[in-house]
Design a protein around this ligand. Sequence first.
Ligand code: AMX
Length: 509
Amino acid sequence: HQDLHSQLKEFIPEQQERLKKIKSEYGKVQLGNITVDMVLGGMRGMTGMLWETSLLDPDEGIRFRGMSIPECQKLLPAARPGGEPLPEGLLWLLLTGKVPTKDQVDALSKELRSRAAVPDHVYKAIDALPSSAHPMTQFATGVMALQVDKLKILTVTKQTKCVDNSLLIKSTLGKMGSLWVGAMLSVGKYFADPAAFLKPLASGDWLTNCVKCLKGVQSEFQKAYENGIHKSKYWEPTYVDSLNLIAQVPVVASYVYRRMYKNGQVVPMDDSLDYGANFAHMLGFDSPDMLELMRLYVTIHSDHEGGNVSAHTGHLVSDSILVASALSDPYLSFAAALNGLAGPLHGLANQEVLLWIKSVVDECGENITTEQLKDYVWKTLKSGKVVPGFGHGVLRKTDPRYMCQREFALKHLPDDPLFQLVSKLYDVVPPILTELGKVKNPWPNVDAHSGVLLNHYGLTEARYYTVLFGVSRSIGICSQLIWDRALGLPLERPKSVTMDWLEDYCKKS
Ligand code: AMX
């Protein structure tokens, strides 16, 4: 019945030893040859980094700590019997390599809810942008702002005793501009039950925690670094930041959605709901099927090994960019990852797919024939565009993340006209991409399917879809960041060359 932190603490030293052994025993083993094509081809096929949480097989698709998506659906705890896996369970699996019990997952859901308070200035930072700004820009801005607490006045000393909860709020509000002010205001504004949030600081408690939170920087890693933390302990504050960030991002993301599309009317978190369900709820969707969809969605979008743009960006920045001579903390790293995810060849593809499908319907109607669909695909290709939702940098077969969404659709919305169109595309697009002759993987990826499911349940705003992807990725990217720090992975610094260098080298060899 160990909690997540204790299990991880036990697991880390084992894995540190394992890495040391790999280094000393196999350090000189060759993993392949680097060709000029690989250098010019965006390093595809080059094995070049360690990523513990997941591994992508070109044919089978992703495995999370060795478990395929169908295995996760079968073995990870669910909210309802036989239902979709809870993303908290996946987080546990990614961090510890073990399948948690339902009790452990419930405790983690509760812990994440208790970490979800968002300082008020985060909302202000988002509000400073026009509401027409792309949702990913608003979301990434919010994540950057989460790293900061610029209000610093400290008036509570360690000797102060909390007399009662209301006094704590009163004195906090009255005397201090602090994180807790931000947190309390958020509590008042966005949480159904402020008293539950205050439990850790009940009557008689020393306010040490409170004082710790008032130091001005939200990021525990940055604070610890400034205080001279030993390298071997880096993972601890990274863990705290990561759990906070994972807990906070659905709140920030749903704020962006409600601001853009629902006149800014925020829906408070529901303390009875798990992570995925709460996210759907805060967005404004409460049908049981939508809650299940969101649990599945967050789980399957969480991680896709290390070399994809967003994961690699997060990892690279955390390992190498120096911010005020400190390693970038999870907030800065994850914001960088989000900016990578916002590109149309990566995470933005889910937006592009739904817009493209809708343009097909606008032009040809819902009862489009196979011939009309083929013509439309060719028209897209001939105008120099890609068919969004098809192809992949590593995968060479249909993405299992596509397949499990297809199964969800067959179970819950078999008659949805856009789902039927997506099914038709599955037949029509691959032969055409194959005919092009250059596409290495003509099969659909995760993004070919996600939009029609969301659209079915009323989340119709396609421009918002990449934010959902972003929230999910916090789980995978932050899990690996904790492991980056635990294993002491070094700064990434591959060698680059010029065309002159390549020509000279190849002529000589
Ligand atoms: N439509 C049209 N052309 C495609 C294509 C598609 N779906 N997929 C690949 N191609 C083209 C490439 O543009 C490239 O053409 P070029 O030589 O003229 O530049 C050629 O086929 C070879 O590309 P590749 O080696 O098969 O793929 P890649 O590793 O370079 O790129 C990816 C992978 C995903 C960017 C590409 O397949 C693509 O653009 N797909 C559409 C966008 C998409 O769905 N992205 C989401 C991917 C999953 C994710 O990250 N969320």
